[in-house]
Design a protein around this ligand. Structure first.
Ligand code: FES
Ligand SMILES: [Fe+2]
Length: 371
């Protein structure tokens, strides 16, 4: 059947601007994992829907602000990660934990702001929700309740599982030449694992169990636009691991109840979370930069240690390398697809098994087309 989305949805800069305004700056976006902000003054920066955002730990509470100084709009934190007070390096305006302008060097001679005027100058703050080890931010002035975006059942799974996330993690980020949606469609497509990753994906994880087909549909028309509650689009699927591989380090960390499963969680709009064998978390954020470029944020953490685990950095490193080698195969196809959608004079075709992608398109269009 024809896709609900046209090729232009994957490369048109006008549609990308609409996505920024109506999706990325309106819904809850995963911005960090808790270990990135473990200590007082730890910060992390990320651009969301074109807006530079900083997240920072103040005495255990995580706050989010526009990473834009109120003086001449430079950046307050220039690095992606760090531990520093909330002060802009350009002319050293400093802000307190509430984002209120607290100190201006040489104020009485050079700037001449009264204390009242300074108190009225504050950073733009955004709402934060911490769910287990996941830190979400919402850039809307009146954010939708997070349980309208994710079902209470899903939030309970996330809180329960990711609260076991260890404090140590490994992280990388790189930019790929693809539209963010193709990355999300890819994780909602269990068939490609058997085809593209035949040699690289662990053979004891059989994703064919996740393949479902819908009733036959008209292949010459788009699928009907059924009502799709936003909370129904984010999904959890458990794939049994046949003959759980006997990594010795499994005995050195907490084992979650999903220890015999590969648990994949897709969080609308742009997150792929994998909990492998109940012992590790692999978090991938497909962060859109523009219609043709997506910044991949990849983080890996294990569950908390229960015994001395001196070689944990090696396990984290190998885990990330393994994730990246599988993802490299995806990216070769997805970057080719990006060239395809730019050149094609015909529509994308879906099949009966691609119901997850179609549901995602429906929810996406509901948000994109609303006033
Ligand atoms: S722009 Fe930040 S202090 Fe001047
Ligand atoms: Fe893949």
């Amino acid at each position: 059947m024809r896709s609900l989305l046209k090729p232009a949805h994957y490369h048109d800069p006008v549609i990308f601007r609409q996505e920024c305004e109506r999706i990325f700056r309106r819904v809850w976006m995963l911005a960090a994992i808790r270990p990135m902000l473990a200590k007082h003054l730890d910060f992390r920066t990320i651009e969301i829907g074109g807006v530079p955002v900083l997240l920072q730990n103040f005495e255990g509470r995580i706050r989010a602000y526009a990473n834009i100084c109120r003086h001449r709009l430079s950046r307050i934190h220039m690095l992606e990660f760090g531990n520093a007070p909330l002060a802009c390096p350009y002319h050293q305006w400093a802000y307190d934990a509430d984002g209120v302008l607290e100190a201006v060097p040489s104020n009485s001679e050079l700037f001449q702001y009264s204390p009242e005027q300074m108190r009225a100058i504050r950073l733009r703050e955004y709402k934060v929700e911490v769910v287990g080890g996941l830190v979400f931010v919402n850039l809307d002035t009146a954010p939708l309740p997070i349980d309208q975006q994710f079902s209470p059942e899903l939030l309970a799974v996330l809180a329960r599982d990711t609260s076991h996330m260890d404090d140590e993690y490994i992280h990388t980020r790189y930019t790929a030449g693809l539209n963010w949606k193709t990355g999300i469609e890819n994780i909602k497509d269990p068939l490609h694992v058997q085809c593209l990753h035949r040699d690289s994906f662990p053979s004891n994880i059989d994703t064919s169990n996740s393949l479902r087909t819908a009733p036959p549909m008209d292949h010459d028309a788009p699928p009907p636009r059924a009502a799709m509650p936003l909370a129904a689009v984010s999904t959890v699927w458990d794939v049994p691991i046949a003959g759980r591989s006997p990594h010795a380090w499994y005995d050195l960390v907490e084992n979650l109840e999903s220890k015999n499963f590969y648990r994949g969680v897709h969080l609308f709009p742009n997150v792929n979370l994998m909990i492998v064998a109940g012992t590790s978390f692999s978090v991938q954020i497909y962060n859109p930069l523009d219609a043709d470029r997506t910044e991949m944020h990849m983080s890996v953490a294990l569950t908390r240690p229960v015994a001395d685990f001196g070689y944990k950095p090696v396990v984290l490193w190998e885990h990330l390398q393994s994730d990246m080698s599988v993802l490299k195969e995806d990216l070769d196809c997805l970057e080719a697809m990006q060239r395809g959608v730019r050149a094609a004079e015909f529509d994308i075709q879906h099949g009966a098994y691609e119901g997850g992608i179609i549901s995602y398109h429906t929810a996406y269009l509901d948000l994109l087309e609303r006033d």
